[in-house]
Design a protein around this ligand. Structure first.
Ligand code: NDP
Ligand code: MG
Length: 381
């Protein structure tokens, strides 16, 4: 088999490093790597994988990296321009989008325009501009392969659908560190507690999103775009063990699920080897050892994020871009100890109330909605 040539945007992060961990199994070689500030990890990755291009978005970090790699022939770039170049490398046929946040949007659109398949982890891109991304992918005939475990589960199950449409998607949610807490109890939870996820080790932003349940709200919107279903056809069920990664339902009521231990390397690897499967490092599942699997209805009173996201999803236009931008800003404030946990959904709702809507959706409108939503959140503090 020919080696697949890939670029990894966000290689220094949680998904990025796990992608590198499955490269040997996948038989892929790397054309470009990008990060933001982590000079040390990027230097290690570059020395191991020898890409043509290494990018750190932060200018000072990129300067440091250039000095550190002076003895190699690897080109080092900075800023948005660097990210864009990595996304459109001639020598890559697939781009793994593993940066965090809507900064991934423009590079993803450029990668699609350049005809690259996308292994998509960066859900914020689909949340704020799903319509634009899916349309561009269709026009260019490129694949959007989901990396997010729930969406990968749906994708894997859907291989068995034949010509049948999906009647429903059921996304599972771990419930995060605060499952079972009341609204009153959530008022006093700390940043440190919010960062302690029971089942997954992930970047800080998505870990907070899991605690507020905005992660599942974003995933509902992500699923809507990936699979062309309205929000009403996407259910959320709490599943504490994170073994059933998600399910699909057909018209006759038959339900298919994908199961496995909670480990992102399997969905990452499948996005890279699809439609083939090859052995994966992830330990195999023993159901008898697990014993029992539990399921609950989400508590939307304590975790309003699901309701907020579902409403924005139903609106279309720029509502989801507002939701996403406001959430990124609110999580940033929470991570810097500037606001309390319950203020995250409050600030997102305020942005949705304050930022004007627009009918259609162009890239400029997405960027504007995002900027206005952030402004609303930061100026409320
Ligand atoms: P991390 O925070 O661990 O990594 C983010 C990556 O993006 C790093 O390489 C980081 O660089 C880079 N980055 C951060 N800010 C910028 C910026 N402004 N410009 C350019 N690059 C930037 O995040 P995760 O790996 O956890 O998540 C990545 C994406 O995947 C998110 O969209 C998340 O929702 C999604 N996802 C993650 C899962 C997980 O298990 N982690 C599961 C499912 C989806 P540096 O290291 O230098 O800061
Ligand atoms: Mg997920």
């Amino acid at each position: 088999m020919m080696k697949k040539r890939i670029a990894i945007l966000g290689s220094t992060g949680s998904i990025g490093t796990q992608t590198i961990d499955v490269l040997d199994a996948v038989g892929a070689e790397v054309a470009a790597l990008t990060g933001n500030r982590n000079v040390k990890r990027m230097e290690e990755q570059v020395r191991k994988l020898r890409p043509k291009l290494a990018v750190l978005s932060d200018e000072a970090a990129a300067k440091e990296l250039r000095i550190a790699l002076a003895d190699t022939s690897v080109e080092v770039c900075a800023g948005e321009e660097g990210l864009r170049r990595a996304a459109t490398m001639e020598s890559a046929e697939l781009v793994v989008t593993a940066v965090v946040g809507m900064v991934g949007l423009v590079p993803t659109l450029e990668a699609i325009a350049a005809g690259k398949d996308i292994a998509l982890a960066n859900k914020e891109t689909l949340v704020c501009a799903g319509e634009l991304v899916m349309q561009a992918a269709q026009e260019k005939g490129v694949k959007i392969l989901p990396v997010d475990s729930e969406h990968s589960a749906v994708f894997q199950c859907a291989q068995a659908r034949g010509e049948n449409p999906l009647a429903k998607i059921i996304l599972t949610a771990s419930g995060g560190p605060f499952f079972g807490k009341t609204r009153a109890e959530l008022a006093s939870v700390t940043l440190e507690q919010a960062l302690r996820h029971p089942n997954w080790s992930m970047g800080a932003k998505i870990t907070i999103d899991s605690a507020t349940m905005f992660n599942k709200g974003l995933e509902l919107i992500e699923a809507m775009w990936l699979y062309g279903l309205p929000p009403e056809a996407i259910d959320i069920v709490i599943h504490r063990e994170s073994i059933v990664h998600s399910l699909i339902e057909f018209a006759d009521g038959a339900v298919l699920a994908q199961l496995g231990l909670p480990d992102m390397r399997l969905p990452i690897q499948y996005a890279l080897t699809y439609p083939e499967r090859v052995p994966c490092k992830v330990p195999h599942l023993s159901l008898a050892e697990i014993g029992k699997l539990t399921f609950f209805t989400p508590d939307e009173e304590a975790f309003p994020a699901l309701r907020i996201a579902r409403n924005a999803a139903g609106e279309r236009g720029n509502a989801c871009a507002i939701l996403n931008g406001a959430n990124e800003a609110a999580v940033d404030l929470f991570l810097h100890d500037k606001i309390g946990f319950l203020e995250i959904p409050e600030l997102v709702e305020r942005a949705l109330a304050d930022v004007p809507r627009c009918g259609g959706l162009t890239l400029a409108q997405v960027l504007e909605a995002d900027a206005m939503a952030r402004e609303t959140v930061y100026s409320a503090r």
